[in-house]
Design a protein around this ligand. Structure first.
Ligand SMILES: Cc1cc2nc3c(=O)[nH]c(=O)nc-3n(C[C@H](O)[C@H](O)[C@H](O)COP(=O)(O)OP(=O)(O)OC[C@H]3O[C@@H](n4cnc5c(N)ncnc54)[C@H](O)[C@@H]3O)c2cc1C
Length: 284
């Protein structure tokens, strides 16, 4: 990443969607074998608080159910609030699943979901290298923080293998770390800036190239609903297992830019592909 004119080392970017979440463990009725992740994803840019819910099957035949809401639409810690939030979502599938499951722990909430970036690559103090959350602390709802921290450690190893120890190696490491955090930071701040009441400081303000990137991202997201190759690229980049350049590969770009002829599956069709989800959630 190139140095940013006018920024001194340690300058900060910050985006706060005001997102809060509440999570609870449940016993998965009948176990988790083949059970998919079920998610209702909030759409940014709709001028209403983003509200979503996810059921993730985890070890021990359990589900972790997470409700998330941006400013004005936050979930609460109370049983009644958890229930009311579920019933207010755009689709009833997660509510249906939760009603079929047994809670096995308290409701936990988290409100510290600020995305914060420190641009140490523009001039870190000599002899220090910052990694992980000290460079980019990301909204935990994206589940990227631990991967970023591990990738930063791998970046240190890669630079040391090439350059060995020398007085300027910290600068090389900081630049490599900046490349590591660039994609997850951009994804998180772009998503979170789109929600009503989101707050961002000047360093996160964006120009025409970023608006173009957002437009392309919207095309990709739409194409991913009907094109398995675009979905695979989109998912791998989001899971931080592939570089963002994969989204600009010719086949992916072509699929994203051509007029979409197939309609995306409806929620009922998507649920219908997973018989147990349909049965448990009470869908025909
Ligand atoms: C509620 C919540 C949920 C999250 N969920 C997920 C998730 O599901 N998936 C995911 O990938 N990430 C998640 N994250 C993010 C993830 O935890 C962090 O991104 C990751 O831990 C960052 O690693 P780190 O080593 O940079 O910092 P940390 O893990 O914070 O480690 C820094 C360490 O330095 C120590 N320390 C601080 N100051 C000093 C000092 N002066 N002297 C000595 N030691 C000091 C601290 O005690 C700490 O042990 C979540 C974060 C939060 C807050």
């Amino acid at each position: 990443m190139a140095a940013r004119p006018g920024l001194r080392g340690g300058a900060r970017g910050a985006v706060d969607a005001g997102l809060a979440y509440a999570a609870r463990l449940f016993d998965a009725p009948g176990g988790n074998d083949g059970f998919p992740v079920v998610s209702i994803v909030p759409v940014p840019g709709r001028r209403v608080p983003g509200r979503g819910a996810t059921v993730i099957p985890i070890e021990g035949g359990r589900w972790i159910v997470t409700l998330s809401g941006t400013r004005g639409g936050e979930p609460s810690r109370s049983e009644a609030g958890f229930e009311a939030f579920l019933s207010s979502l755009d689709h009833p599938v997660v509510h249906g699943l939760v009603r079929a499951a047994r809670p096995i722990g308290p409701i936990r909430t988290c409100r510290s979901t600020l995305n914060r970036r420190r641009f140490h690559e523009d001039g870190a103090p000599a002899g220090f290298t910052a990694v992980g959350d000290a460079v980019a602390a990301l909204n935990p709802v994206y589940g990227h923080g631990m991967t970023v921290a591990a990738q930063c450690a791998a970046a240190i190893r890669a630079v040391l293998r090439i350059e060995g120890l020398h007085p300027g190696v910290g600068t090389s490491i900081q630049r490599r770390v900046a490349q590591v955090v660039d994609t997850p930071w951009t994804m998180a701040e772009e998503q979170d800036r789109g929600f009503p009441g989101a707050k961002s400081n000047g360093l996160s303000a964006k120009g025409p190239m970023d608006r173009l990137a957002r437009w392309y991202g919207d095309r990709l997201a739409r194409a991913a609903l009907t094109d398995p190759a675009v979905f695979a690229a989109y998912f791998d980049v989001f899971a931080l297992t592939a570089p963002a350049a994969r989204l600009a590969a010719p086949a992916v770009a072509f699929a994203a830019l051509r007029p979409c002829r197939r309609r995306p599956p409806t929620a009922a069709e998507a649920i219908g592909r997973h018989r147990r989800v349909a049965e448990l959630a009470g869908h025909p």
